[in-house]
Ligand binder design. Structure first.
Ligand SMILES: NC(=O)c1ccc[n+]([C@@H]2O[C@H](COP(=O)([O-])OP(=O)(O)OC[C@H]3O[C@@H](n4cnc5c(N)ncnc54)[C@H](O)[C@@H]3O)[C@@H](O)[C@H]2O)c1
Length: 407
């Protein structure tokens, strides 16, 4: 990361949080979480930035955030909230207390852009549907106009764009993404690009920092990393590490430390929320599976490791994701043993505080002029754009060292 404009004062200004996938489960939990924190109805359990030494950083106060965003469906936020209350993720009193904040957030929602190859959500917003006819340059212009208007109308010092939209179909690396000049040429020639790449390009070219919480390509490609460095923009991603992969990347270093040989590591995930429904399609699932598998092979330094991850859509589980992992390993004397764990968690309640943490860390990096990939955020992601390691303990040490050095 390059540092260009150091400033250590806490920001008293209003800061924008622009959510891509604003009507989804994570966005809805983020909005309720922020409202609950502001009103003193929730404590900071689950927020990494609330613990030392991160809490000593001059991070923005959650009350400074103004929310807006894009989505491609018309599902009212009140419906997303009541679904989550039904699933026992949000409490009834919190939903009631946050209703005013949610209504203000909904006023600031705009139609996002749609890439036809990703399919269409239920209750498609016709305005979003019409964007599939636009050229990539026209889509970017429209996105930038929305971001600039949000910043102007709400009097915001900075805006952090957070991508929490549905998982796109998996894409192989494209030649268009290899450097900025090739990417600009591809846009000029009207070659279609994944929506996540256009969202990232619009944000970064407009000087807005960008967080990609999804396995989508986003700002990870060399072209956009180059753009972020040249525009002085902080960014990070990809794919929030909230559940099974978090546990895997915390446990795997144990086998390395004790020189135990992992023979096979099998993971089976069941989830029943809208994300799970999208992941039921093999083309969408492929990106998530890649993101969930790479970390283990890297930590165990065994590219040939017998390792499979499966994801099944089980509607009755709703947001309560259940993962079962089976690790077969060998010790001294050739003794073969196994470890199994079961993880059950609310996917959205695990994700929301991490999104808030990332917004606070990204806003600080942007305020301080720390341009480029935020390597210190690697512990938050399954596929960190940079950061050197998948080992959760090492990643977390890097975050703590950043806080101690920069606090
Ligand atoms: N919950 C977790 O623990 C977790 C962890 C890591 C990554 N993620 C990722 O976060 C994302 C969001 O998860 P969720 O549970 O909130 O999903 P969700 O399905 O509830 O919400 C996604 C929202 O994105 C919208 N959307 C779809 N395409 C869009 C587009 N082109 N532009 C703008 N909006 C679009 C959908 O209409 C929907 O409202 C998913 O990609 C998921 O894989 C979630």
């Amino acid at each position: 990361m390059t540092r260009s404009r150091p400033s250590d004062s806490a920001s008293p200004e209003r800061v924008g949080l622009w959510l891509v996938g604003a009507r989804g489960a994570i966005s809805t939990c983020v909005a309720h979480g922020l409202s609950g924190l502001r009103q003193g109805l929730l404590d900071s359990t689950g927020l990494v930035t609330a613990r030392g030494p991160l809490a000593e950083l001059p991070l923005l106060d959650c009350g400074q955030l103004v929310l807006g965003g894009w989505d491609v469906c018309r599902r009212p936020l009140s419906q997303s909230a009541s679904e989550l209350a039904d699933m026992r993720v949000l409490s009834g009193p919190l939903v009631a207390a946050a209703a005013g904040d949610l209504a203000a957030f909904e006023q600031r929602l705009r139609a996002g852009i749609l890439d036809p190859s990703d399919g269409e959500p239920a209750d498609l917003d016709p305005q979003a549907a019409s964007t599939s006819r636009l050229t990539p340059r026209q889509k970017v212009a429209r996105l930038l106009a929305d971001l600039n208007q949000f910043q102007r109308d709400s009097g915001l010092a900075r805006v952090v764009v957070v991508h929490v939209a549905s998982t796109e179909i998996a894409r192989a690396p494209a030649a268009d993404w290899s450097d900025l000049a090739s990417f600009e040429r591809a846009l000029d020639d009207g070659r279609p690009q994944p929506a996540s790449v256009l969202y990232a390009y619009a944000a970064i070219s407009g000087g807005f920092s960008f967080v990609n919480f999804t396995p989508n390509v986003g700002s990870a490609v060399p072209a956009l990393q180059e753009l972020a460095r040249s525009r002085g923009v902080a960014h990070c991603g990809n794919d929030g590490k909230t559940g099974e992969t978090l546990v895997k990347t915390a446990l795997a270093p144990l086998f390395v430390a004790r020189n135990l040989k992992v023979l096979a590591w099998q993971g089976y995930n069941m989830l029943g929320n809208r994300d799970g429904e999208v992941l039921a399609d093999p083309l969408h699932r492929a990106g998530k599976l890649r993101s969930k598998s790479d970390a283990l092979r890297a930590i165990l330094e065994d590219p040939g490791l017998h390792h499979q991850v499966a994801i099944d859509f089980v509607p009755s589980l709703r947001d309560w994701k259940t993962a079962w992992d089976f690790v077969h390993f060998e010790g001294f004397l050739g003794a073969q043993m196994s470890l199994q764990f079961t993880w059950q968690g609310s996917d959205s309640a695990l994700a929301a505080p991490l999104v808030i943490d990332l917004v606070r860390l990204t806003e600080l990096a942007q305020r301080r002029g720390e341009a480029g990939v935020m390597e210190h955020t690697a512990s938050f992601f399954k596929s960190p754009i940079a950061g050197g390691s998948h080992d959760f303990h090492q990643q977390f040490r890097t975050l703590i060292e950043y806080a101690q050095r920069r606090g």
